[in-house]
Design a protein around this ligand. Sequence first.
Ligand code: BDR
Ligand code: CA
Length: 315
Amino acid sequence: MIDLIIDTDPGIDDAVAIALALGIADVNVIGVTTVGGNSGLEHTTRNALRLLEFLGRSDIPVASGYDQPYGRDKQETGYEPVHGHDGFAGVDLPEPAATVVSTDSSAFLAEKIRGAQNPVTLIAIGPLTNIAHLVDAYPDVIPLIHRFVIMGGAARTGNVTPVAEFNIWHDPEAAKRVFASGLQTVMVGLDVTHSVRTREPLWEWLNSKGRFGEVFNGLIGPYTDFYSSFYGERMTHQHDAMAMAEAIWPGLMTSEAAFIDVETIGELTDGMTVVDLNMRKGQLPNGFVTWTIDGDDFHDRLMGAMNQLATNLGY
Ligand code: BDR
Ligand code: CA
């Protein structure tokens, strides 16, 4: 059993990642924190609350964190075409009855980490703003985090610029702060998430799952439209669910120890993760970069967990 804390900016692939975690019996989700990223904090928080409620888990406490990046003014993301004006492609989910238990994500995270009954895995699938503030405010909790997994960065590519991935690019100073914090980071970046194409037919089972299917089809359809405009086929990259899979099943991906840092001043390279596999400057590794995954196995686990969740909910 692991105690899992999810820091997220829902976000369509975030929603899929959360559903994956909730479909696995020996994962105990002890808290969710929200951050600005795919959409503004107001939207990402509302989305987290209404998604958890829809999935029958309004018992999971949600705390909101930061909308503004850690070290600079908010950049215009231009990412509305991916996640829609509200972060959830306008999907029809009722307003949440629950509200956030706190607007101080750092205090909430510290309390959850200190109080956990099982080894804590913290996964961040949005910009690292909340985590940077956590390590500033409560450095004593760093050694209490058993595993820290992020979706972000890449050793060899980018998706916002040729070299910068969205979650890092959105708040590079936060990522730099986190990599320097002493937290060993498992970096699930585009090197691995771009290697798997989740093709549309894999979702066909949703059509027999009533309202559950309607909601997830309503999320995944527009996300697929976005990717097909690039790739010319009906597919998506499930970045956040892939990071979630590595958080739940450590070692699902091949990985390599590395010293990871972030470029924050480069004219062409702002927001790029610089992955040193050879410790050129004599540093000790501060994490692992992930390289490969068995895509079929990932899909079996993802679809299996979501199917189980739908069944548990009576669909
Ligand atoms: C990451 O950026 C966001 O758009 C996704 O939710 C994912 O976390 C992929 O670069
Ligand atoms: Ca995300």
